[in-house]
Write a protein that binds this ligand. Structure first.
Ligand SMILES: [Zn+2]
Length: 260
Protein backbone atom coordinates (compact mmCIF):
# COMPACT_ATOMS: atom_id res chain seq x y z
CA UNK A 1 0.00 0.00 0.00
CA UNK A 2 1.17 3.52 -0.66
CA UNK A 3 1.65 5.88 2.24
CA UNK A 4 -1.21 8.00 0.88
CA UNK A 5 -3.80 5.31 1.57
CA UNK A 6 -4.93 5.39 5.19
CA UNK A 7 -4.80 2.04 6.94
CA UNK A 8 -8.14 0.60 7.99
CA UNK A 9 -8.67 -1.89 10.75
CA UNK A 10 -6.25 -2.88 13.47
CA UNK A 11 -2.49 -2.87 12.90
CA UNK A 12 -0.29 -5.69 14.22
CA UNK A 13 0.88 -5.02 17.75
CA UNK A 14 4.55 -4.01 18.02
CA UNK A 15 7.13 -6.66 18.82
CA UNK A 16 5.20 -9.59 17.35
CA UNK A 17 7.50 -12.21 15.81
CA UNK A 18 7.45 -12.85 12.04
CA UNK A 19 4.65 -15.19 11.07
CA UNK A 20 4.51 -16.80 7.63
CA UNK A 21 1.13 -17.16 5.92
CA UNK A 22 1.94 -19.58 3.11
CA UNK A 23 -0.08 -19.48 -0.11
CA UNK A 24 -0.90 -22.70 -1.93
CA UNK A 25 -3.30 -23.37 -4.78
CA UNK A 26 -3.57 -26.91 -6.19
CA UNK A 27 -1.94 -29.91 -4.52
CA UNK A 28 -1.68 -33.09 -6.58
CA UNK A 29 0.31 -35.04 -9.12
CA UNK A 30 1.44 -32.61 -11.82
CA UNK A 31 4.16 -32.56 -14.41
CA UNK A 32 6.31 -29.43 -14.14
CA UNK A 33 4.20 -26.48 -15.35
CA UNK A 34 5.79 -24.04 -17.79
CA UNK A 35 4.21 -21.06 -16.06
CA UNK A 36 1.79 -20.27 -13.21
CA UNK A 37 4.17 -22.28 -11.06
CA UNK A 38 2.71 -20.88 -7.83
CA UNK A 39 -0.56 -22.51 -8.89
CA UNK A 40 0.73 -26.04 -8.33
CA UNK A 41 2.41 -28.04 -5.60
CA UNK A 42 3.28 -31.68 -6.18
CA UNK A 43 1.92 -33.87 -3.40
CA UNK A 44 5.36 -35.40 -2.82
CA UNK A 45 6.82 -31.96 -2.21
CA UNK A 46 3.82 -31.05 -0.06
CA UNK A 47 4.42 -34.10 2.17
CA UNK A 48 8.09 -33.20 2.46
CA UNK A 49 7.24 -29.60 3.34
CA UNK A 50 4.76 -30.60 6.08
CA UNK A 51 7.24 -33.10 7.49
CA UNK A 52 9.86 -30.35 7.54
CA UNK A 53 7.54 -27.96 9.42
CA UNK A 54 6.89 -30.64 12.04
CA UNK A 55 10.54 -31.66 12.38
CA UNK A 56 12.05 -28.17 12.36
CA UNK A 57 9.88 -26.88 15.19
CA UNK A 58 7.51 -24.68 13.22
CA UNK A 59 4.11 -24.18 14.80
CA UNK A 60 1.24 -24.34 12.33
CA UNK A 61 -1.57 -22.12 13.61
CA UNK A 62 -5.17 -21.64 12.60
CA UNK A 63 -5.88 -18.30 10.98
CA UNK A 64 -7.93 -17.26 14.02
CA UNK A 65 -5.05 -18.06 16.38
CA UNK A 66 -2.61 -16.16 14.16
CA UNK A 67 -4.86 -13.10 14.01
CA UNK A 68 -5.35 -13.18 17.78
CA UNK A 69 -1.57 -13.36 18.19
CA UNK A 70 -0.82 -10.57 15.73
CA UNK A 71 -3.60 -8.14 16.55
CA UNK A 72 -4.95 -9.14 19.96
CA UNK A 73 -3.96 -10.74 23.22
CA UNK A 74 -3.07 -14.17 21.83
CA UNK A 75 0.45 -15.57 22.10
CA UNK A 76 2.53 -16.06 18.96
CA UNK A 77 5.26 -18.72 18.89
CA UNK A 78 8.62 -17.66 17.40
CA UNK A 79 8.16 -19.81 14.28
CA UNK A 80 4.47 -19.55 13.49
CA UNK A 81 3.03 -20.61 10.13
CA UNK A 82 -0.47 -20.43 8.63
CA UNK A 83 -1.34 -22.62 5.63
CA UNK A 84 -3.76 -21.04 3.12
CA UNK A 85 -5.18 -22.68 -0.02
CA UNK A 86 -6.83 -20.46 -2.63
CA UNK A 87 -9.82 -21.22 -4.86
CA UNK A 88 -11.26 -24.43 -3.32
CA UNK A 89 -9.98 -27.21 -5.58
CA UNK A 90 -11.21 -30.72 -4.87
CA UNK A 91 -7.60 -31.93 -4.91
CA UNK A 92 -7.18 -30.20 -1.53
CA UNK A 93 -9.41 -32.88 -0.01
CA UNK A 94 -7.78 -35.69 -1.91
CA UNK A 95 -4.11 -34.79 -1.52
CA UNK A 96 -3.54 -32.07 1.08
CA UNK A 97 -6.06 -32.95 3.80
CA UNK A 98 -4.70 -36.44 4.61
CA UNK A 99 -1.20 -35.00 5.07
CA UNK A 100 -2.49 -32.12 7.22
CA UNK A 101 -4.46 -34.57 9.35
CA UNK A 102 -1.40 -36.79 9.77
CA UNK A 103 0.45 -33.89 11.39
CA UNK A 104 -2.60 -32.31 13.07
CA UNK A 105 -2.04 -29.08 11.13
CA UNK A 106 -4.90 -26.58 10.72
CA UNK A 107 -5.42 -24.80 7.39
CA UNK A 108 -7.69 -22.30 5.64
CA UNK A 109 -9.37 -22.92 2.26
CA UNK A 110 -10.73 -19.90 0.36
CA UNK A 111 -13.71 -20.98 -1.75
CA UNK A 112 -15.15 -19.32 -4.86
CA UNK A 113 -18.82 -19.57 -3.90
CA UNK A 114 -20.19 -19.58 -7.46
CA UNK A 115 -18.08 -22.62 -8.36
CA UNK A 116 -19.08 -24.97 -5.52
CA UNK A 117 -19.33 -28.42 -7.12
CA UNK A 118 -18.21 -26.98 -10.49
CA UNK A 119 -14.93 -26.63 -12.32
CA UNK A 120 -12.19 -23.98 -12.36
CA UNK A 121 -13.58 -22.41 -15.52
CA UNK A 122 -11.62 -19.18 -15.26
CA UNK A 123 -8.37 -21.14 -15.71
CA UNK A 124 -9.64 -22.45 -19.06
CA UNK A 125 -9.65 -18.94 -20.49
CA UNK A 126 -5.90 -19.05 -19.89
CA UNK A 127 -5.49 -22.35 -21.74
CA UNK A 128 -5.07 -24.28 -18.49
CA UNK A 129 -6.86 -27.39 -17.23
CA UNK A 130 -10.11 -26.79 -15.36
CA UNK A 131 -9.97 -29.12 -12.34
CA UNK A 132 -13.05 -29.90 -10.25
CA UNK A 133 -13.87 -27.73 -7.27
CA UNK A 134 -15.06 -28.76 -3.81
CA UNK A 135 -18.75 -29.61 -3.50
CA UNK A 136 -21.11 -28.43 -0.75
CA UNK A 137 -20.89 -31.73 1.12
CA UNK A 138 -17.10 -31.76 0.83
CA UNK A 139 -16.91 -28.22 2.25
CA UNK A 140 -19.05 -29.30 5.20
CA UNK A 141 -16.80 -32.29 5.66
CA UNK A 142 -13.75 -30.00 5.72
CA UNK A 143 -15.36 -27.88 8.43
CA UNK A 144 -16.00 -31.06 10.45
CA UNK A 145 -12.28 -31.77 10.09
CA UNK A 146 -11.45 -28.33 11.53
CA UNK A 147 -10.45 -26.63 8.27
CA UNK A 148 -11.30 -22.91 8.11
CA UNK A 149 -13.41 -22.05 5.05
CA UNK A 150 -13.15 -18.45 3.86
CA UNK A 151 -14.58 -16.54 0.91
CA UNK A 152 -12.72 -15.93 -2.36
CA UNK A 153 -15.67 -14.03 -4.01
CA UNK A 154 -18.49 -15.47 -6.15
CA UNK A 155 -16.72 -15.52 -9.54
CA UNK A 156 -12.98 -14.78 -9.01
CA UNK A 157 -12.86 -11.33 -10.67
CA UNK A 158 -10.17 -8.68 -10.41
CA UNK A 159 -12.05 -6.62 -7.85
CA UNK A 160 -10.20 -3.34 -8.48
CA UNK A 161 -11.64 -3.30 -12.02
CA UNK A 162 -15.29 -3.66 -10.97
CA UNK A 163 -17.81 -0.94 -10.17
CA UNK A 164 -18.55 -0.46 -6.49
CA UNK A 165 -21.95 -2.20 -6.59
CA UNK A 166 -20.46 -5.26 -8.33
CA UNK A 167 -17.66 -5.40 -5.72
CA UNK A 168 -20.24 -5.26 -2.94
CA UNK A 169 -22.20 -8.13 -4.55
CA UNK A 170 -19.11 -10.33 -4.93
CA UNK A 171 -18.23 -9.78 -1.28
CA UNK A 172 -21.69 -10.04 0.27
CA UNK A 173 -23.17 -12.80 -1.90
CA UNK A 174 -20.16 -15.11 -1.49
CA UNK A 175 -20.27 -14.61 2.27
CA UNK A 176 -24.02 -15.30 2.42
CA UNK A 177 -23.80 -18.36 0.12
CA UNK A 178 -21.00 -19.95 2.13
CA UNK A 179 -22.71 -19.12 5.43
CA UNK A 180 -25.92 -20.78 4.18
CA UNK A 181 -23.98 -23.81 3.06
CA UNK A 182 -21.99 -24.18 6.28
CA UNK A 183 -24.54 -22.91 8.78
CA UNK A 184 -22.04 -20.60 10.47
CA UNK A 185 -20.32 -17.23 10.08
CA UNK A 186 -17.65 -16.88 7.36
CA UNK A 187 -15.48 -14.02 8.62
CA UNK A 188 -12.36 -14.47 6.47
CA UNK A 189 -11.72 -13.26 2.93
CA UNK A 190 -8.97 -13.55 0.31
CA UNK A 191 -8.57 -11.24 -2.74
CA UNK A 192 -8.53 -13.11 -6.10
CA UNK A 193 -5.14 -12.48 -7.81
CA UNK A 194 -4.27 -10.45 -4.70
CA UNK A 195 -5.96 -7.62 -6.59
CA UNK A 196 -7.52 -4.82 -4.57
CA UNK A 197 -7.59 -1.07 -4.04
CA UNK A 198 -8.23 1.01 -0.91
CA UNK A 199 -11.93 1.18 -1.83
CA UNK A 200 -12.11 -2.60 -2.35
CA UNK A 201 -10.47 -3.10 1.04
CA UNK A 202 -13.03 -0.79 2.62
CA UNK A 203 -15.84 -2.72 0.91
CA UNK A 204 -14.46 -5.90 2.52
CA UNK A 205 -14.78 -4.20 5.91
CA UNK A 206 -18.31 -2.98 5.07
CA UNK A 207 -19.34 -6.51 4.04
CA UNK A 208 -18.60 -7.67 7.60
CA UNK A 209 -15.36 -9.62 7.18
CA UNK A 210 -12.78 -9.66 9.96
CA UNK A 211 -9.67 -10.36 7.85
CA UNK A 212 -8.39 -10.50 4.27
CA UNK A 213 -5.34 -12.14 2.72
CA UNK A 214 -3.42 -10.33 -0.03
CA UNK A 215 -0.51 -11.28 -2.30
CA UNK A 216 1.76 -8.66 -0.75
CA UNK A 217 4.95 -10.59 -0.05
CA UNK A 218 6.41 -10.77 3.41
CA UNK A 219 5.79 -11.93 6.94
CA UNK A 220 2.34 -11.20 8.34
CA UNK A 221 3.63 -9.01 11.17
CA UNK A 222 4.52 -6.39 8.51
CA UNK A 223 0.82 -5.97 7.62
CA UNK A 224 -0.61 -2.48 7.44
CA UNK A 225 -3.79 -3.91 8.92
CA UNK A 226 -5.81 -7.13 9.21
CA UNK A 227 -7.42 -6.54 5.77
CA UNK A 228 -4.11 -6.57 3.89
CA UNK A 229 -2.27 -9.55 5.29
CA UNK A 230 0.95 -10.39 3.39
CA UNK A 231 1.72 -13.97 2.33
CA UNK A 232 4.52 -16.09 0.93
CA UNK A 233 3.67 -17.97 -2.29
CA UNK A 234 4.93 -21.54 -2.48
CA UNK A 235 5.95 -22.44 -6.02
CA UNK A 236 6.12 -25.80 -7.82
CA UNK A 237 9.87 -25.35 -8.09
CA UNK A 238 10.59 -24.76 -4.42
CA UNK A 239 12.85 -27.47 -3.08
CA UNK A 240 13.27 -27.81 0.67
CA UNK A 241 16.08 -25.27 0.80
CA UNK A 242 13.96 -22.75 -1.11
CA UNK A 243 11.05 -23.51 1.18
CA UNK A 244 13.12 -22.93 4.29
CA UNK A 245 14.51 -19.74 2.75
CA UNK A 246 11.01 -18.37 2.22
CA UNK A 247 9.99 -19.29 5.75
CA UNK A 248 13.04 -18.00 7.55
CA UNK A 249 14.48 -15.22 5.40
CA UNK A 250 11.79 -13.69 3.19
CA UNK A 251 10.17 -11.65 5.93
CA UNK A 252 10.73 -8.17 4.51
CA UNK A 253 7.74 -6.55 2.94
CA UNK A 254 7.48 -6.48 -0.87
CA UNK A 255 4.25 -4.96 -2.14
CA UNK A 256 2.33 -6.36 -5.04
CA UNK A 257 -1.37 -6.60 -5.64
CA UNK A 258 -1.85 -9.11 -8.42
CA UNK A 259 -0.53 -11.90 -10.55
CA UNK A 260 -1.83 -15.21 -9.23
ZN1 LIG B 1 -7.70 -17.37 -6.59
Amino acid sequence: MSAAAPASGPRPLPGRPPLSILMYHQVGEFTAPRNHRAGYCHVHRFRTQMAFLARAGYRVLSLDAAIAGLFGDGELPPRGVVLSFDDGYRNFREHALPVLQHYGFPAAVYMISGLVGGRAEWLGADGRDTPPMLSASELRELRQAGITVGSHTVSHPRLSRLAADAVARELRDSKAQLEDLLGEAVPHFCYPYGDYSPSVRDAVIDAGYRSALSCIRGAANTADNVYELPRKAISYGDNLLGYWWKLAMKNARKDRRGGY
